[in-house]
Design a protein around this ligand. Structure first.
Ligand SMILES: [Zn+2]
Ligand SMILES: [Zn+2]
Length: 166
């Protein structure tokens, strides 16, 4: 099941990729690692995707550009990208960790169908406002939050007509 995303822009520009590459390079230096051709190829492929990808799925895509890139390299690179804010982990109902790139994206949340695993993204400023409001109340400077809605999508409700779903 592909997990669709909503993007404000239909595709990512070359300039965006260059900028994101700069952020990644700074992070690699900070943690004492080198920029490599493979790591850059993974970043590029990742930024060009439109889905929420598991490490396995990204590995399949990356191999089309460079078949020498191994699963472990993809796995580690995703962790590095998450470490500098270019990627974030999303966990849906199936226990598989997926990633989406956060470069140049508005803050958004997911709603997940617990029957089939389909997900939709939605934007809500109210959630961000609640974060800040609660932060202020408890004298925190908040940096992020997680918020996810679970439910049953329309096609699944139709399929299970007669069977009660809570
Ligand atoms: Zn998303
Ligand atoms: Zn469903």
């Amino acid at each position: 099941m592909l997990q669709k995303r909503i993007d404000d822009r239909p595709s990512i520009s070359r300039e965006n990729i260059r900028e994101a590459g700069g952020i990644f390079l700074q992070h690699l230096r900070r943690v004492g690692l080198k920029q490599t051709e493979q790591r850059n190829a993974i970043l590029r492929t990742f930024l060009e995707t439109r889905e929420h990808l598991s490490t396995e799925e990204l590995h399949q895509l990356v191999r089309k550009t460079d078949p020498r890139i191994g699963f472990t390299t993809v796995y580690r690179t995703l962790k590095l990208l998450a470490g500098c804010g270019l990627a974030s982990e999303v966990a849906f109902h199936d226990g598989i960790t997926r990633y989406e790139h956060q470069y140049n994206r508005r803050s958004h949340h997911h709603m997940v169908c617990t029957e089939c695993g389909a997900s939709v993204e939605f934007f809500s400023e109210k959630v961000g406002e609640i974060e800040h409001e609660i932060g202020r109340k408890h004298h925190y400077v908040t940096t992020r939050h997680t918020f996810q809605i679970y439910g049953v999508c329309e096609p699944c409700r139709k399929k299970t007509n007669g069977r009660r779903i809570v």
